[in-house]
Structures are given as C-alpha cells and as structure tokens.
Design a protein around this ligand. Structure first.
Ligand code: 3PG
Length: 400
C-alpha cells in the first residue's frame, strides 16, 4: 500500500476488501477488533484523497439478502471510529452500491452490504465467481486486500477481483504476514503452542504440521476430550469426536517419536449441563481428575492444577502461539482456564501471538489489555492455514 500511496490515489475509487466479520448479539457488536484493525488502511487512503469503498462478508448467509447478517452495524461502528461517519450501500453491486460510490467525494468512505448476499461471492464455479468479480470491479479503480481473516477463502472478492484491478496489500495483511513469518521461519525456541476450541477436526492439519515444528503443544477446549479418550480415559458426557480417535492416537505416538511434549490436562471443570450463555445463570461446576470424569458430567474448562501446569510450560518459552479458548469462557464459571492461559502468556518473556477470532475476543472480553500481547491476529482459519504451510488464495492474488 505504501507504493500505492506514493503513486497517489487522490480521486481514485479504492476497493478495500476487509474482514468485518464481527461477533453480533442481535444488532450489537460484542467485539469490534476486526473493524479497528482495518482502520489504518482506510484512514491512510481517505487521508490521501481516495474514494474508499469498503467491502466484507459477515457470517454465512445463503447467497441472498438476510437482515440478520447485514453489515449496517459494522458500517455504523466504522463511521464512529473514523469520526467522520461512512456512507452505507444496502446492496453489493446494485443501484444502491453504484449510486453510493458515484456520490463519494475525495476522502470519503462507503461500506457496501455483505458480499455473501450474492451467491457469486462464494461460488465454486469459476465463471460464476468471475461474473460477480466483474461487477465488483466496476465499482473501483484500484484494489487493496486487507481482510486477513478471509485470505484462506477462494472467494470472488478475495481471489478473483484483484486479478481485474491494479492491486496492493493493506497495512493489516502486511503486519499479519510479517508476524506469522516469525512462527514459520527461524522460530525462536522453545516454541510452545496452546490449542483449544471445540472441534479437533478443525485443528488436525495444524497439529500435523506442528508435530514437526513446535517443542511443546498444550491442549485445551472441547477437543481435549478426544485426546483423553484416545489415551483410554472415560470422558463422561463431554464433547467427543469418536471418528477422530485413531488420528489423535497416531499424533500422540508421533509426538513421542519426534520429542514434542504433548501436554494434556490433569484435571477438568465439569457440570451435568452446558451453561446458559444468555442468562449466565450460575452453573454447577465440579473439579475432577482428567482420567476420572464421571459418566453424567461434561468437561467445560481446564482445572486449577492444569492451569498451573500450563503456566509452567509457558514460563520459559521464547515463542508462543495460542489459538482457541481453553473452556466455555463466555460463562464466568468456566472462564478461568482461558483467563489463566492469557495471563501466563503475559507473564512469559516470549513473543506471543494470539490467533483466532475466539481467542482474540476472549482476551478482550476477559478484560486484558490487547496491546500487552505481542500480536493478536484477526485471522482464525487464516492464521491456522498459514501455519499449515498452505498457499492462501487471498495472498497469492496480491503477490504478482
Ligand atoms: C473468520 O471469521 O474466520 C473469517 O471471517 C472467515 O469467515 P468464514 O469462515 O465464514 O469464511
């Protein structure tokens, strides 16, 4: 983007593909981190006199307009944060988008409606995606890719549109890639990775890679129960991906062979029911040994001994990557594992990277100062796929 700014963008329509896929509770944004993350790019372009057209997806609507997934709240928040307001187009490539963009003065910003309201955005068929990209291209003279959270998607606005316009990477993508490079090229050791989240199937590819790269892997979140079961323990009514047990068993063996310390909880916080996240009514938490979860209990967080153990495993780290909460952090009874992990990251002298929408939101919702971490990535799937070593369509499209 620096080159682009030097060449000059005054009077040009610049399409900024952002990731404004923020968590919403009704129409209220519960974490605006992704909106704030793209502001440096939007501001730099607006200050340089560009007509800035910001676009993004939000959630997974089914290729047609759906008010529950409108970008209007995100647009309003961006307007507040910029202090100038933004124009909002109620469609993506229709009359509203065209007239909104045509009405922009130099230095003004517009947000267009959710790209996924058009089936062409996510279409598998190249021609269908291309046709949508052609229509998006009519809205702009230049393309800036800055939606790091979506660069792993081969979608029209991420992959096909940059091929149709002069293009550049924005500040956020440049920062994110710079940080993730530190985790893949010449990483400072000990390199400790903490992985949580509910499904082990989402993390298999990254664990596979990390078994050859990390020195230590700390496992938490719902996926831990598939590991405990793979070790032969009973996990009661906890979340379990039975079909993944053989893969996990192979990982446990490979970790041992490769000298990677694979650390599992020694105790867990359980209850007989999943907590009510809306009312936050008190749950009925118990702490039990990880190898003796009673049949009627489901695991909802890592226990106090595990928190201490994981903190000790982070204390001498030089590099840490953390993706995925350790428990159901949205409920106060099951937030302590995630809180303790975040605190251990802060206490460690390591370069710390927090990746993933959920862990980033957890850090902020639990009241931590996000600036105290080395880097909080805006990408969940994107940062994992980067670490897996996959070619990411949204980065490849900007490289030439
Ligand atoms: C994310 O939240 O990880 C990104 O915004 C991508 O969203 P998606 O998984 O719906 O493509």
């Amino acid at each position: 983007i620096d080159e682009l700014l030097t060449e000059g963008v005054a009077g040009k329509r610049v399409f900024v593909r952002a990731d404004l896929n923020v968590p919403l509770d009704g129409g209220t944004i519960t974490d605006d981190g992704r909106i704030r993350a793209v502001l440096p790019t939007v501001k730099a372009l607006a200050d340089a006199g560009a007509k800035v057209v910001v676009a993004s997806h939000l959630g997974r609507p089914k290729g047609a307009p759906d008010p529950a997934f409108s970008l209007a709240p995100a647009a309003a928040r961006m307007g507040e944060l910029l202090g100038t307001g933004v124009a909002f187009a109620t469609d993506t490539v229709g009359d509203s988008a065209r007239s909104t963009v045509a009405g922009l003065a130099d230095g003004q910003v517009a947000v267009i409606e959710n790209l996924r309201f058009n089936a062409g955005e996510t279409a598998k068929d190249d021609a269908e995606r291309g046709a949508f990209a052609d229509r998006l291209a009519e809205l702009a003279d230049v393309y800036v890719g800055d939606g790091f959270g979506a660069v792993h998607r081969r979608h029209a606005s991420v992959f096909d549109l940059p091929a149709r316009l002069p293009h550049a990477a924005g500040h956020l993508i440049a920062t994110e890639v710079g940080v993730l490079k530190k985790l893949t090229e010449d990483v400072k050791r000990p390199y400790v990775v903490a992985l949580g989240g509910s499904k082990v199937s989402d993390k298999l590819a990254v664990i596979d890679q990390l078994l050859g790269k990390a020195d230590r892997l700390l496992i938490g979140g719902g996926m831990v129960f598939t590991f405990l079961k793979a070790k032969g323990y009973e996990v009661g009514a906890s979340l379990l991906q039975e079909d993944q047990i053989p893969v996990v068993q192979e990982y446990i063996e490979r970790a041992e062979k490769n000298g990677v310390e694979l650390v599992l909880p020694v105790d867990v916080v359980t209850s007989t029911e999943f907590p009510d996240l809306k009312t936050k009514a008190p749950g009925h938490p118990h702490t039990v040994a990880a190898d003796a979860i009673p049949a009627d209990q489901l695991g909802l967080d890592i226990g106090p001994e595990t928190r201490k153990l994981y903190a000790s495993k982070l204390a001498d780290a030089a590099t840490v990557f953390w993706n995925g909460p350790m428990g159901v952090f949205e409920h106060p009874d099951y937030a302590e594992g995630t809180r303790a992990l975040a605190q251990a990251l802060l206490d460690s002298p390591a370069f710390t990277v927090v990746g993933g929408g959920d862990s980033a939101a957890a850090v902020r919702l639990l009241g931590f100062d996000e600036n105290a971490f080395g880097h909080i990535s805006t990408g969940g799937g994107a940062s994992l796929e980067y670490l897996e070593g996959k070619a990411l369509p949204g980065l490849a499209a900007l490289e030439d």
